[in-house]
Design a protein around this ligand. Sequence first.
Ligand code: OGA
Ligand code: NI
Length: 334
Amino acid sequence: MESQKQSGPEPPIKVSTINCIDLSNPDIGESVALLKQACLDCGFFYVVNHGISQEFMDEVFAQSKKFFYLPLNEKLKVLRNEKHRGYTPMFDEVLDPDNQVHVGDYKEGYYIGVDVPENDPESEKPFNGPNVWPADGVLPGWRQTMEKFHHEALQFQGSIALALDLEVDFFDKPEVLGKPIATLRLLHYEDQFSDPAKGIYGAGAHSDFGFITLLATDDVMGLQICKDKDAKPQIWEYVTPIKGAFIVNLGDMLERWSNCMFKSTLHRVLGNGQDRYSIAFFVEPNHDCLVECLPTCKTEKSPPKFPQIRCSTYLSQRYKDTHANLSVYDKHQA
Ligand code: OGA
Ligand code: NI
């Protein structure tokens, strides 16, 4: 994650055109070509006809809103724990500390991961553990809806491997995306106006940490991408919500894995005075997966740019760098 202090007013913001991949298109070759181009160009694309019904997505959003409408004391009962499960209050995250000099992101969230019972030896690993849920009776059906969405989103597999000229099942191997760290995050952005000049953002500029992110949003504009983070001034473009589509973006781990061939693009969220809800699903490899330059991404002229790194080591550091230390919430604990 890199950021730069902006000087002066930002130029007017236009709408970005990004590729749209239709998963119902029988011409797989065409879809892979569009996908590959998107991955090389900016690492952002839409996916439509992904198999998750609109009706179900509407239910997930309705349930998500119900949670965020709860009084703060109720939400704090399911405060995020060290395994990254549960509620993250407003300002918990600071994605762009160089520019967010006073407060963090104007958003609250809720993390749901792969449920690993406490008595399972796998629960010793970072990011593994039981999920936390609002108490029975507080939000009927809530847990079932979220578990179903987590399950369905995990079935959704892009053709990322084909776009990288790898065998189609490359990422399905047990040591790669078998037993992935898959995290669902419900998000609510407060109805405030962002002001980049004052360092006030819905979500500060960042690139995602992991492999890929599937993002569902409501119809409120807010998400922006910056295709060239080194440009001065940086040029930001809106990514318009498309009903029923997922906005998919690649994360830093894939950029690293692909030796920077595939892009993990800087993005942020600006508030426009309306409440905004989105749902991100972060797909990361297995904990022990060693992320090292893919065989199809290195040549004599372009040797590996990064040393290998274990997935969970990399992710733990990124979470630590961007989230409040849990001790700041001690006063709220009973
Ligand atoms: C994220 C993110 C964008 C959005 O959660 O990493 O970039 O629109 N979210 O909520
Ligand atoms: Ni992001």
